[in-house]
Design a binder for this molecule. Structure first.
Ligand code: GLV
Ligand code: GLV
Length: 320
């Protein structure tokens, strides 16, 4: 009997079709709507392999209801949507997609810095809405990225790739990380800072840490107040790392100059979210790794893990 592979989102036909030679493939049918949690509760009971996306909340309680589940492949580098400790205890392997999305996500982080600093969304909307009626000396004037100080919180692979880009813009690069990286400091001239010092000194603060109990709510009222009132906060990691209500207050009160984020506590974000009323806030719909090539490589990486499992080999890209 072929193992049951449940795919919780709609993936391209050319990816899914070949899997049918070895798996009993069952898939969520629509692109426009993600699988609701009730459906996940139902299908986890029959799956041998579960192919998940960040949107799926795979809790301990949910895992305990699984009868045959042996492998979860998460189509993301982050895996805070899965209780990996519980998976480990239950003997369920979990894999992710590190590496292949590093450069693509760093591109997006740098893009978000640029579009937030230069007010690109406001500017483009002005043209489209027919509001481009004059040239004003400080109209839509933003802030320079080149030559500014970049502070990276979470110096993993993506952080290093972002720092390389910053070098090309003559930026000074500061970083804060659980672990210091003397080699990168030496090789590229990055400087380590304690979190408070990084917040005080940086013109751009980019959040790139994984979401863990330690980083949840890491950037709140106190941290935002430490930042310069000319500075810009960028979050391309996970929504809950920056406290959204504190960010709203800081942007509204001019404690920081602007913010750009690719991630929210609740995704998709509601159009009535207070942050979306602010002109100095740029929102993107979690597209950090969204290029055609990178998404294909992420899917292929998950499939490698499945093949390893199937053939009884050590499972590559395993988190637990
Ligand atoms: C995206 O957010 C990922 O973790 O891959
Ligand atoms: C993710 O790949 C990271 O290490 O930043």
């Amino acid at each position: 009997m072929k193992p049951i592979l449940w795919i919780t989102c709609k993936l391209p036909e050319e990816i899914v079709e070949p899997l049918k030679s070895w798996a009993d493939v069952r898939e969520w049918p629509t692109v426009e709507v993600n699988m609701p949690h009730e459906k996940l509760e139902e299908i986890i009971q029959e799956a041998d392999i579960l192919w998940t996306i960040m949107d799926n909340r795979v809790s301990r309680e949910l895992l305990q209801t699984a009868k045959n589940l042996k492998l979860i492949c998460n189509l993301a580098v982050g895996y805070n949507n899965i209780d990996v400790e519980a998976a480990k205890e239950l003997g369920i392997a979990v894999t992710n997609t590190p590496g292949v999305l590093t450069e693509t996500t760093a591109d997006l982080a740098f893009t978000l810095m640029l579009i937030t600093a230069r007010r690109i969304i406001e500017a483009a909307d002005e043209v489209r809405n027919g509001d481009w009626t004059y040239w004003g000396v400080n109209h839509l004037a933003g802030r320079d990225v080149h030559g500014a100080t970049l502070g990276i919180i979470g110096m993993g692979r993506i952080g290093e790739a972002l720092a390389q880009r910053a070098k090309g813009f003559n930026m000074e690069v500061l970083y804060h990380n659980r672990r210091r990286k003397p080699q990168a400091e030496e090789a590229y001239g990055f400087s380590y800072r304690e979190l408070d010092a990084l917040l005080q000194e940086s013109d751009y603060v980019v959040v790139l840490t994984p979401m863990t109990p330690e980083t949840k709510g890491l950037i709140g009222k106190r941290e935002l107040q430490l930042m310069k009132n000319t500075s810009i906060l960028i979050n391309v990691a996970r929504g809950g790392i920056v406290q959204e209500d504190a960010l709203y207050d800081a942007l509204k009160n001019g404690e920081i100059w602007a913010a750009g984020t690719d991630v929210f506590v609740q995704e998709p974000v509601s159009t009535s979210h207070p942050l979306l009323t602010l002109k100095n806030f740029v929102a993107l719909p979690h597209i950090g790794s969204a290029t055609l090539r990178t998404r294909k490589e992420m899917m292929e990486m998950n499939i490698e893990s499945m093949h390893d499992y199937l053939e009884g080999n050590p499972i590559r890209h395993r988190v637990v």
